[in-house]
Design a protein around this ligand. Structure first.
Ligand code: HEC
Length: 134
């Protein structure tokens, strides 16, 4: 295969676009720093977001409603009852490695639970919290 074709395939193939949780954290932190110079991600703020009870949805009041109080534990969907794997990367190696999946679920869960998109700063804080072992 000619090299430009191979490079084009690598660029468009989502399966090959894997990252580490740390790289995703750095991407969101850099984006947050553009709006908030000196931004540094905080596991404490991430934990607060994870555990906050929002008033937007009665069925899905908090991230913990489906992901449980412990991000390293498997969860269960509060509405459908479907099993959800643990969110913390040390308990589930697939987590925070697929940028498209991360974007999709931050979008869906933030709009459903918080009632709006999460900011880059909130996403960075959330991943920082997920990377902590408790
Ligand atoms: C109504 C249930 C529900 C609630 C509440 C919920 N989630 Fe989720 N979340 C899911 C499901 C379902 C998945 C995808 C299934 C899977 O990957 O196991 C998921 C996956 C994710 C992922 C993808 C991580 C990855 O790399 O695979 C992120 C990030 C996430 N949720 C963040 C949040 C945040 C932030 C909140 C709170 C604002 C939240 N979730 C609240 C159900 C929920």
């Amino acid at each position: 295969m000619k090299r430009p074709v191979l490079i084009a395939l690598l660029l468009v193939s989502p399966a090959l676009h894997a990252e580490t949780p740390r790289q995703l954290l750095d991407t969101f932190s850099a984006e947050a720093a553009r709006a908030q110079p000196g931004f540094a991600p905080s596991a404490q703020r991430g934990a607060a977001l994870y555990r906050s009870a929002f008033k937007h949805s009665r069925a899905m009041p908090a991230c913990t409603a489906c992901h449980t109080d412990n991000p390293a534990a498997p969860g269960r969907h509060a509405v459908t009852g479907k099993a959800i794997g643990a969110l913390a990367p040390h308990a589930n190696a697939e987590r925070f490695t697929d940028p498209a999946k991360v974007a999709k679920w931050f979008h869906r869960n933030c709009t459903e639970v918080v009632g709006r998109e999460c900011s880059a700063a909130e996403k960075a804080d959330f991943i920082q919290f997920m990377l902590e072992r408790s």
